[in-house]
Design a protein around this ligand. Structure first.
Ligand SMILES: [Zn+2]
Ligand SMILES: [Zn+2]
Ligand SMILES: [Zn+2]
Ligand SMILES: [Zn+2]
Ligand SMILES: [Zn+2]
Length: 218
């Protein structure tokens, strides 16, 4: 019996790598009108890196935050778990969805506030100060409903031996000390459910985004 020469790649190698080629036009937000021309760095920070699969080219966050799409694949399938057929379905859904801000179709990001009917292209939102959660249930908040920054975190907390306040990390549910340092970060918008271990947040540009937000708010 011949031994197979096939070598299983490590999961991290299997994952689709960001797309760096030409014609970076996102299938979700290319119709957005009147958005600022951003440098590649800023665009990536706000809207995510580009990924390409088959004919689909998308900003990662435009995909991740689209309200009508589910991540049905494993991390190494499709674009970070989003399968081409589901992406196509979401694009079809958005064909008649008009952006609250630029009035063009193709809007997929819905505000999560109750009774808010705002729906927008990601760049139309970020330009106006929308807030997005890149964790748990991937909520988006339109500029009218963005949660106020929480400067005094509230919620279930208790004193550690050293007298420091702790709460649970949103990602791993282990204890996290509520002091921002190089190992701990806080989302500026949602109180006790906003503290993370830095290592627990997988998407590294999310940190930069958060820190950007924090420096704006503090
Ligand atoms: Zn986009
Ligand atoms: Zn728009
Ligand atoms: Zn809203
Ligand atoms: Zn954690
Ligand atoms: Zn929040």
């Amino acid at each position: 019996m011949a031994l197979s020469t096939h070598i299983m790649p490590k999961p991290s190698d299997e994952r689709l790598k960001p797309y760096t080629g030409p014609n970076k036009s996102c299938v979700f937000c290319f119709k957005a009108q009147g958005t600022d021309h951003l440098s590649e760095d800023v665009d990536e920070l706000l809207h995510g890196k580009f990924y390409k699969l088959e004919k689909i080219i998308t900003h990662y966050f435009c995909l991740l935050l689209s309200s009508g799409i589910a991540q049905n694949g494993d991390d190494n399938e499709g674009i970070l778990g989003f399968l081409p057929k589901d992406i196509t379905k979401e694009l079809t859904r958005s064909r008649y969805l008009r952006c609250t801000y630029c009035k063009q179709t193709g809007a997929t990001i819905e505000c999560c506030a109750r009774r808010c009917k705002k729906i927008f292209h990601m760049p139309c939102g970020t330009k106006r100060g929308s807030i997005h959660h890149y964790f748990s249930n991937f909520q988006s908040f339109c500029p009218d409903h963005r949660p106020p920054p929480v400067l005094k975190p509230k919620g279930i907390q208790r004193k550690e031996k050293g007298g420091r306040n702790t709460t649970k990390c949103v990602m791993c549910l282990e204890e996290v000390v509520m002091i921002r340092n190089k190992d701990v970060i806080q989302a500026p918008c949602c109180g006790h459910c906003s503290w993370f271990h830095r290592l627990c947040v997988q998407v590294d540009y999310y940190f930069i985004f958060l820190e950007n937000r924090l420096s704006i708010l503090m």
